[in-house]
Design a protein around this ligand. Sequence first.
Ligand code: SAM
Ligand code: SF4
Length: 473
Amino acid sequence: MHNLEIGVKDHDEARQGEALLLEATSELNNGRKLYIESYGCAMNFSDSEIVASIMTDMGFKTTSDYKEADVIFINTCSIRENAEQRVRNRLKEFKAVKSKNPGMMVGVLGCMAERLKSKFLEEEKLVDVVIGPDAYRDLPNLIDQVDEGNRAVNVLLSREETYADISPVRLNTNGITAFISIMRGCDNMCSFCVVPFTRGRERSRDAHSIIQEAKDLYAQGYKEVTLLGQNVDSYKWTSEDQLEKVNFASLLEMVALVGPDLRVRFSTSHPKDITDEVLHTMAKYDNICKYIHLPVQSGNSRVLDIMNRTYDREWYMERVVAIRRILPGCAISTDVITGFCTETEEEHADTLSMMEFVKYDFAYMFMYSERPGTLAAKRYTDDVPEDVKNRRFNEIIKLQQKHSHERLLEQIGETQTVLIENFSKKSALDYSGRNDKNATVVFPVVERFKPGQYVEVLIERCTPATLIGRIVE
Ligand code: SAM
Ligand code: SF4
């Protein structure tokens, strides 16, 4: 099973399996070392920061070398079969080290832990502790149980847990961009998707704790925050006294007001829920980036119906027209699943024509992967032959590569505001940053400007995936 993610930004292939390392921030030291690595979506990387916060409060220090760790945690993803396979392969590598160091504790966290529960202990003999995404507060207790010679599992899902009061320890940070989790879980029940089962019911985090986190990050010099949720448009929080009601548009406005030079991004928008109010709020504030990730999944109404996406082709197109009207020039990216159960050639052609209609700036593209327990696994047969899936997949990739390139070519000649994030991967003589539309821009270093600053960049040319220019003063 392959995935291709073009223009990957937040669901970042390069970060898969990244190990997290912390400066020693806590005075506490229990003499034990934690190694934690993460897979999957930005939400998982954000959760690992909460886990690190809880573990450092227990006195753990982090290490980037699992061979010297006392505790190895792997924060897992179940979204497609290959994501799970990757984790199982990694566990085999941990097994080799554990056989030499039987005192080492291995824990599986996140979606795979939730999906497989205690089966993990039977299937993967080396695993000592299994912890679902809503059970991280129980870590001290679970670790005690393992220390006492038991194996431990907590995969209880919660209707309330948002970890609102736990300030995440920012891991591997550049000190410039950060994720803020605004909600957890999902109530949508798309028929292909395992998330509602692994992450439970949707709940929105206290708006004040979100704003406080954004303010703290801004005070520390951060210049960009990305608000995270499976379906940010259905964010809805009411204060205990019922007097304050905050929806996503008002939350976005509150975060935008934290600082004029704090960029605000968000992911993911759901086509059924994204409102004109959100689009108008984006238009009102220069620091809300003009970029929307709007997963389409399929361009055909029958397929969307059996996917249980609750919108059809016309509805999606109307939302795109509204974005173009209210936010001219706004970048749009998407997720596409190809080869979903019973998808015909004509229905696949509808996805291609939808891509032509929107001309996405980038797309995350996937071949359908049946997930046990989902509605689609129960109701429909995964009947598109592998070679047909492959061919359709290659067709959408080819079309998207063309569109991504065209979208970049359109920007040549523009002068754009770019937040410098780092040196370019290829050369220390170049900086790399992103523009408002989330496209990567590379340009020669000018000494006076440092990462974390905004610069005006004249775009001179591009590769299929990157804009190239120079700073203009
Ligand atoms: N909540 C977001 C949404 O609805 O768009 C994203 C959820 S998921 C983490 C990211 C993407 O994975 C989905 O948009 C979908 O394209 C893809 N995906 C989910 N389940 C899949 C499956 N069973 N097979 C292939 N791709 C899948
Ligand atoms: Fe999965 Fe659909 Fe929820 Fe996204 S909206 S997480 S695809 S169920």
